[in-house]
Design a binder for this molecule. Structure first.
Ligand SMILES: *[C@@H]1O[C@H](CO)[C@@H](O)[C@H](O)[C@H]1NC(C)=O
Ligand SMILES: *[C@@H]1O[C@H](CO)[C@@H](O)[C@H](O)[C@H]1NC(C)=O
Ligand SMILES: *[C@@H]1O[C@H](CO)[C@@H](O)[C@H](O)[C@H]1NC(C)=O
Ligand SMILES: *[C@@H]1O[C@H](CO)[C@@H](O)[C@H](O)[C@H]1NC(C)=O
Ligand SMILES: *[C@@H]1O[C@H](CO)[C@@H](O)[C@H](O)[C@H]1NC(C)=O
Ligand SMILES: *[C@@H]1O[C@H](CO)[C@@H](O)[C@H](O)[C@H]1NC(C)=O
Ligand SMILES: *[C@@H]1O[C@H](CO)[C@@H](O)[C@H](O)[C@H]1NC(C)=O
Ligand SMILES: *[C@@H]1O[C@H](CO)[C@@H](O)[C@H](O)[C@H]1NC(C)=O
Ligand SMILES: *[C@@H]1O[C@H](CO)[C@@H](O)[C@H](O)[C@H]1NC(C)=O
Ligand SMILES: *[C@@H]1O[C@H](CO)[C@@H](O)[C@H](O)[C@H]1NC(C)=O
Ligand SMILES: *[C@@H]1O[C@H](CO)[C@@H](O)[C@H](O)[C@H]1NC(C)=O
Ligand SMILES: *[C@@H]1O[C@H](CO)[C@@H](O)[C@H](O)[C@H]1NC(C)=O
Ligand SMILES: [Cu+2]
Length: 555
């Protein structure tokens, strides 16, 4: 007895020492319009503090972050802290009508959360309509004071953010698609830190990454594009991947990185080539018949001891349909799984779920051709409610959502048949899947070939998950589980489900609240490829959702 009391006191003292180091980080986010000229077009964009990309949020593990957001534009706004676990603070998670009503023009809201058990790079972005095209920025979570990186300390750190640029107004692009029922126009360019690089007919400079010969840099790379999975490459250089989605990985070298929207990768770059100027590219991945913005975004790596004006060293970029490069990159990802950073993969499964994800076509009287494109999970297209589901859950408001989201497809079919028009029509509803506190979930996400197969970067809010397996074709419940990696699977918050293939993930539902699960291609989210998990409160003192903040916006 005595020893357990002593141990508790010792642990409390240790916790105090660690937390004494934790800081409050305060940020002011003013959402304002900004006139900008890019790609030979002038338009007004929605920004935070007039910046594109927006301000970087710096903090250390254990810090409390307080962001005071004021909306000065004529759009409803919310911000999502993508990948931040938001333990018990779901009110600050941000997806509109899921965890909060939007901050309306003239309104203010304080996002307030603590960074627990995470270190690395994440991103923040608007989570309403398509505003995240220009409303996004980096989140840098440094390790605690006196805690080193589990790799050699880099000379400097640089943030690299991919974006997607439309010459026209992005809100008009999605509104037109919703109105006609047709797919939205693809973007006009890809950007690196806000610049596209030289383009045909447009004198657009590119971002330049300045390096010193012999030094090693840590690149904090973020894909903040809306609809495109992207390959990243630096001509003549090999990168060492050391972290994804704010989880350390076993280091591995790669000449091409692959990031879906919402994903982040930290990689080490050593300036070990001869002095000069090297091309940096981001180019899209699309291995099916779906149209994609195929314009390569470019930037430059410049050695600062280069004397004369050097010729640009370039390299082959992966073709748009380079499936093997995309899948090969994910195959190399493994959790670091060290003593300090163990991979706590749930070994017992309480809920074994099977979700099909894909697109379909529904009737629509007002649309062109009387049809509209839809997205679905288990054949349910999610309908956004008119108040936040988290509020409805917390205050027990009925009629907002139901908790009967199907844990498996209602009608099994050949999900990846290449001529599939089965189950093209979807049901719609605002359905949640309910989980008891601390229960464990295995979720097999099966891409379908209804209309067209496509690679879907799927994102779960409120948790990291372990990616225990993936494959092409239909998931085989007898044989595929034998190949699951339950030892050192990569831990992340967004995973690409291969085109006409599947991915299996596991997570522990140890965060009470309402958590969005959706395709991170904004076009598919808009079409209804989304659902929510509702995680009940636990019994212990730190196992309940905190009460809502007093300034939570109303609908
Ligand atoms: C943007 O440009 C328009 C038209 O030139 C102008 O009316 C508006 O005031 C400008 N807005 C900002 C935020 O500078
Ligand atoms: C948040 O910002 C608004 C507008 O600048 C200000 O009026 C308000 O006092 C701030 N709130 C807090 C808690 O700092
Ligand atoms: C942030 O939330 C904590 C509770 O988690 C609360 O004690 C604190 O007052 C809040 N701060 C602000 C500025 O809202
Ligand atoms: C890019 O797409 C456009 C329009 O679909 C097409 O005309 C063009 O040939 C494509 N370019 C490349 C390099 O694939
Ligand atoms: C390169 O950068 C280093 C460090 O900033 C500096 O000491 C050095 O003078 C630079 N070299 C040139 C040629 O600019
Ligand atoms: C990629 O597309 C090119 C051009 O259409 C084609 O020749 C090639 O076979 C395709 N590669 C793969 C792996 O499908
Ligand atoms: C409308 O349907 C017709 C016949 O299926 C097709 O040829 C046409 O391309 C469709 N129009 C649009 C805009 O999709
Ligand atoms: C499902 O469709 C795929 C692709 O067309 C085909 O190879 C496979 O044999 C089909 N499976 C079944 C069980 O029909
Ligand atoms: C798809 O192909 C299979 C076998 O080739 C055929 O039996 C089936 O009827 C086709 N389905 C559709 C919807 O065309
Ligand atoms: C839901 O489905 C019904 C029946 O297909 C349809 O009439 C209705 O418009 C749909 N609602 C939404 C929000 O899509
Ligand atoms: C959650 O479940 C795990 C495994 O059963 C257990 O070790 C842990 O104590 C549980 N946590 C809580 C807070 O109940
Ligand atoms: C903004 O949000 C409020 C509250 O949900 C809603 O009533 C209003 O229609 C929204 N405005 C727009 C332009 O979507
Ligand atoms: Cu998708």
């Amino acid at each position: 007895m005595a020893s357990s009391v002593q141990l508790t006191l010792l642990l409390l003292a240790l916790a105090f020492l660690v937390l004494a180091d934790a800081k409050i980080r305060r940020y002011k986010f003013d959402v304002v319009m900004k006139n900008t000229t890019k790609l030979c077009s002038t338009k007004s964009i929605v920004t935070v503090n007039g910046k594109f990309p927006g301000p970087t949020l710096y903090a250390r593990e254990d810090d409390q972050v307080i962001v005071n957001l004021t909306n000065h534009v004529n759009y409803n706004v919310t911000i999502h802290w993508h990948g931040v676990k938001q333990l018990r603070t779901g009110w600050s998670d941000g997806p509109a009508y899921i965890t909060q009503c939007p901050i309306q023009p003239g309104g203010t809201f304080i996002y307030n959360f603590t960074l627990t058990g995470q270190r690395g790079t994440l991103l923040w972005h608007a989570h309403i309509s398509w505003l995240r095209a220009t409303v996004h920025g980096a989140i840098v979570i440094l390790p605690r004071h006196r805690v080193a990186y589990p790799f050699p300390r880099p000379h400097k750190e640089k943030i690299i953010i991919f974006g997607e640029w439309w010459k026209s107004d992005v809100e008009a692009v999605i509104n037109q698609s919703t109105f006609t029922g047709l797919p939205p126009n693809v973007s006009d360019a890809h950007t690196i830190n806000g610049q596209s690089g030289p383009l045909l007919g447009c004198n657009s400079p590119g971002y330049t990454l300045h390096v010193e010969s012999g030094k090693t840099y840590m690149l904090r790379i973020i894909n903040a594009a809306l609809n495109d999975e992207l390959f990243f490459k630096i001509a003549g250089h090999t990168l060492t991947v050391i972290e994804v989605d704010a989880s350390y990985t076993k280091p591995f070298s790669a000449d091409t990185l692959f990031l879906g929207p919402g994903q982040t990768t930290n990689a080490l770059l050593t300036a070990d080539q001869s002095s000069g100027k090297y091309l940096i590219t981001i180019s899209p991945f699309m291995d099916t018949i779906v149209t994609v913005d195929n314009v390569t975004g470019t930037a430059f790596l410049h050695y600062n001891d280069t004397t004369s004006s050097p010729s640009l060293v370039s390299d082959k970029i992966p073709p748009v349909n380079a499936t093997s490069v995309a899948l090969g990159f994910s195959d190399n990802l493994r959790s670091l799984n060290s003593r300090d950073y163990p991979a706590n993969v749930p070994l017992r499964v309480d809920h074994s779920l099977f979700f099909t994800i894909g697109v379909g076509i529904n009737p629509c009287e007002t649309c062109i051709n009387n049809t509209k494109a839809v997205g679905d999970i288990n054949n349910v297209s999610f309908v956004m409610p008119t108040i936040g589901i988290l509020q409805a859950h917390y205050y027990n408001i009925s009629g907002v959502f139901t908790d009967d989201f199907p844990g498996k497809p209602l009608i099994p079919f050949n999900y990846t048949a290449n001529n599939s028009t089965a189950n093209m029509r979807t049901m719609n509803g605002t359905k949640a899947y309910r989980l008891a506190y601390n229960s464990t979930v295995q979720l097999v996400i099966q891409g379908t070939s209804v209309i067209a197969p496509e690679s879907h970067p799927t994102h779960l809010h409120g948790f990291n998950f372990f990616v225990i397996g993936k494959g092409v074709g239909n998931f085989d419940p007898l044989n595929d589980p034998k190949k699951f990696n339950l030892v050192d699977p990569v831990e992340r918050n967004t995973v690409s489900v291969p085109t006409a293939g599947w991915t299996a993930i596991r997570f522990r539902a140890d965060n009470p609240g309402v958590w969005f699960f959706h395709c991170h291609l904004e076009v598919h989210t808009s079409w209804g490829l989304k659902m929510v998990f509702l995680v009940e409160n636990g019994k212990g003192p730190n196992e309940t959702l905190l009460p809502p903040p007093s300034d939570l916006p109303k609908c």
